[in-house]
Design a protein around this ligand. Sequence first.
Ligand SMILES: [Zn+2]
Length: 136
Amino acid sequence: MADRSRRCLIPTALDGDPGQTHLSVYGWEDRLSSWVAYSTSICGRSVHDAGLDLGDAATCPKCEDLRAGYEAVFAKEGEASPVADRVAARKDPRYAAALAEIRAFGWPAGNPMVPGSWADTLATRVMVAVRSAEGA
Ligand SMILES: [Zn+2]
């Protein structure tokens, strides 16, 4: 993938147990400047090996059950509004407040819930939706 705003699922395996294949979210990580697979599978297991030799299908039934929901979210994330709408949303006087509110929201451990440039992306999407609802 070249588009750093896109995410997908990739097969992962438990450390030392390549026999069962799970699915983990794969995406761009600003802090590492790298594409990474999450170390937790979507079924909640701690996974280690991400990779190419695992095939496409998960053998974990829970991961397969959850796959469609994740892929629906990722497809929706990929729907970009017109550039003009996004530019207008960022110029909206309420944009800064929306962005500040998103940046202020953290996980219990203290790390931001919406890290890095994702906060800008989310604030922009929210403002585009609000302006659309208002008929702007
Ligand atoms: Zn699983």
